[in-house]
Design a binder for this molecule. Structure first.
Ligand SMILES: *Cc1c(COP(=O)(O)O)cnc(C)c1O
Length: 384
């Protein structure tokens, strides 16, 4: 830890532990302590740690063709683009990036190609930390030190259909929404909100841009969280779970939005390289082969049943394996620390909410153990 403090920029605060290896939903720290991982690298490691299929695919690909630049293409790159459009069930075009914030930068640049500049964004949003994505991220503490940010943003309360309708007119390039706000504490909008957003944007010739960076790739039990609303967005951004831990993001333009960016409009050296795209293809195949979307839904029920009646728990929010545990007191950070000491990794996005985003390969026994620990720890912290 001293060496960390002496050599890494202090952007994250002190790390909670030094982790050395993982297997499935388990990780071990440098002192040999074992943890059940209910965070999965913030909704990234859908297949858990060291999944044999991912290891094999990435190793094979790196041994065959690792990186080539975007002067060239590769079979995995094209296959992944086709697969993603297939999962979205709509024609379109994909731009590959290396992270969520970069996927959003690409989408932001695409919106500028509409000839309009105004964006309507929800309060509570998180879209990333680069300057463009930060301009669409609501948290003042993240924004203020870096102002002025690229502008023309109108803020609306999340989940409020009437406020959205009032904010959108024919000058709006796009409405940007997370289907569930993850960083805000797993906040789910009212039923019908995304469908209303689709109607409102269509009426005014504005794009509907859905940020699925956290919610996408099976996390909610569907391939995409917006699928449940039956809508087709214009722009979809992906990252976190896409590569199962290999850094990759994607900006997908559906229909006409797929051709907003043309030659020379955008670029990346690493984006969509053979290793990252092969990893993402393997994540999709493995989710299908191992029936992991069904596992996500089964595990959701276990967590809901196991935690909703725990003393101190007010409500369980979210869907699939992106769950918020709402506590009756602002003790989430203390619960997070106590859970870590007790061998379970959770996260506290706000003072009174825990976020659970475990790997899809979490076993029912591991889920039972983790639930028992989280219950015990909430009780312990409440009584302290
Ligand atoms: C994490 C996240 C991002 C940013 O992704 P990075 O890979 O950290 O840049 C963007 N949007 C949402 C909804 C996220 O959860």
């Amino acid at each position: 830890m001293d060496r960390y403090r002496g050599s890494l920029m202090n952007t994250f605060g002190d790390p909670q532990r030094v982790l050395v290896h993982g297997e499935g939903a388990l990780v071990w720290d440098a002192d040999g302590n074992r943890y059940i991982d209910l965070l999965a690298g913030i909704a990234v490691n859908a297949l858990g740690h060291a999944h044999p299929a991912l290891l094999k695919a990435v190793t094979e690909q790196l041994g065959t063709l690792g990186h080539i630049s975007n002067f060239f293409t590769s079979i995995p790159q094209v296959e992944l683009a086709e697969r993603l459009l297939g999962l979205l069930d709509a024609p379109g075009r994909v731009f590959f990036a290396n992270s969520g914030t970069e996927a959003n930068e690409a989408a932001l640049k695409a919106t500028r190609r509409t000839g309009r500049t105004r964006l309507v964004v929800a309060e509570g949003s998180f879209h990333g930390r680069t300057m463009g994505a930060l301009a669409l991220t609501s948290k003042e503490a993240y924004r203020t030190p870096f102002e002025p940010l690229p502008g023309d943003v109108t803020w609306v309360p999340y989940g409020d259909e009437a406020a959205l309708a009032a904010a959108v007119d024919d000058s709006v390039a796009a409405v940007v929404l997370e289907p569930i706000q993850g960083e805000a504490g797993v906040v789910v909008p009212p039923a019908g909100y995304l469908a209303a957003a689709r109607d409102i944007t269509s009426r005014h010739g504005a794009l509907l841009w859905i940020d699925e960076v956290q919610t996408g790739m099976g996390r909610t039990g569907d391939w995409f969280a917006h699928s449940a609303s039956g809508i087709t967005p214009d722009l979809v951004t992906l990252a976190k779970g896409l590569g199962g831990g290999m850094p990759i993001g994607a900006c997908i333009g559906l229909g006409d939005a797929g051709v907003l960016l043309g030659p020379g409009n955008h670029g990346t050296t690493f984006g969509g390289n053979p290793v990252a795209t092969r990893a993402a293809l393997t994540v999709i195949e493995t989710i299908e082969n191992e029936g992991l979307l069904a596992a996500v839904n089964d595990l959701e029920q276990m967590f809901r049943t196991g935690l909703s009646d725990a003393p101190g728990v007010v409500e369980i929010t979210g869907r699939g394996l992106l769950l918020g545990v709402v506590l009756d007191q602002p003790i989430a950070p203390a619960v997070m620390n106590a859970a870590l000491d007790a061998g379970v990794i959770v996260n506290a996005p706000t003072a009174d909410r825990l976020r659970l985003a475990p790997p899809f390969v979490l076993t029912p026994d591991q889920a039972r153990d983790a639930i028992a620990t989280v219950r015990a720890v909430i009780e312990e912290v409440r009584n302290a």
